[in-house]
Design a protein around this ligand. Structure first.
Ligand SMILES: C[S@@+](CC[C@H](N)C(=O)[O-])C[C@H]1O[C@@H](n2cnc3c(N)ncnc32)[C@H](O)[C@@H]1O
Length: 249
């Protein structure tokens, strides 16, 4: 199924190509940079143990509310109208202190859902169907029933779940466009990620934008190129946009 939100860098268009590169034998699946979890939602089950992780507190709170308080979140959202005023109000207020986790998740959901390109800046227009997604939240709650939800920096997460049977799917902020996620991810973090993944007991599949810096960083790993149509958040003006997929197996 599709994810319930769009997310900058979300793997909607590439999910089947990426899934085709997964090994067949893994007992634990870890989505290290979860975002909208397009790969996780693409399958009914990927492994007996599944982990979703992201460092973004609001995103993780939304996933936790879908999982643990699906009905209450639906109820909270049932009052939401898709309008510019409502959007501006949610944008200004979703991080206010004094909100419950469910109220905060509802406002955050509204902002992501109704913003242009899911960038959480401008109202995308009133044609977004919030009601359909809200009605379908139950199926996402079911999908997440056995998924562990974490909010950790990638290095701690990888160390915590690294075993021979683990598959890590890592889709970090892309090199030199890290600003989409608050700009907290720096060149040193790309290097730290390579060091973290180097020599793990488990397997990893990693996706990145195609650039010399990343190619050089992973020059000892098998690498495949992936192509997809450009979207509005691409850094390229070309019709197709090239990404690379790197593995350790
Ligand atoms: C390219 S997006 C992932 C998109 C996701 N694969 C999807 O299909 O929607 C990268 C994600 O990494 C998260 N992130 C940034 N720094 C992180 C860190 N140090 N540890 C874990 N997650 C991080 C961001 O919040 C963002 O959601």
């Amino acid at each position: 199924m599709n994810s319930f939100i769009k997310w900058v860098g979300g793997k909607r268009l590439l999910r089947n190509q990426i899934l085709g590169e997964f090994p067949t034998d893994f007992s634990c699946y870890v989505e290290v940079f979860g975002g909208a979890a397009w790969l996780l939602f693409a399958r009914e089950k990927l492994a007996p143990m599944e982990v979703y992780n992201d460092i973004n507190h609001d995103l993780v709170n939304l996933f936790r509310c879908v999982k643990y308080h699906g009905k209450a979140l639906q109820e909270e959202l049932s009052w939401s109208l898709v309008s510019r005023e409502m959007f501006q109000e949610s944008l200004a207020g979703y991080q206010s202190s004094g909100l419950t986790d469910i109220q905060r998740a509802a406002r955050f959901f509204m902002v992501v859902k109704c913003s242009f390109g899911a960038k959480m800046e401008d109202f995308s227009g009133s044609r977004v169907s919030l009601a359909n997604t809200v009605d379908s939240l139950e199926k996402f709650q079911n999908r997440l029933r056995n998924t562990i939800i974490e909010q950790l920096d990638f290095e701690r997460l990888v160390k915590r779940y690294d075993r021979t049977g683990t598959l890590f799917y890592a889709d970090p902020p892309y090199y030199q466009v890290e600003g989409y996620y608050g700009g907290g991810f720096k060149e040193a973090d790309h290097i730290r990620l390579q060091k973290t993944l180097e020599g793990i007991k488990g397997k990893f599949v990693l996706t990145y934008n195609d650039c010399p810096f990343i190619r050089e960083l992973y020059k000892d790993c098998p690498l495949t190129t992936l192509e997809r149509q450009s979207n509005i958040t691409s850094i390229s003006t070309e019709k197709t946009y090239r990404e690379i997929l790197i593995k350790n197996f």
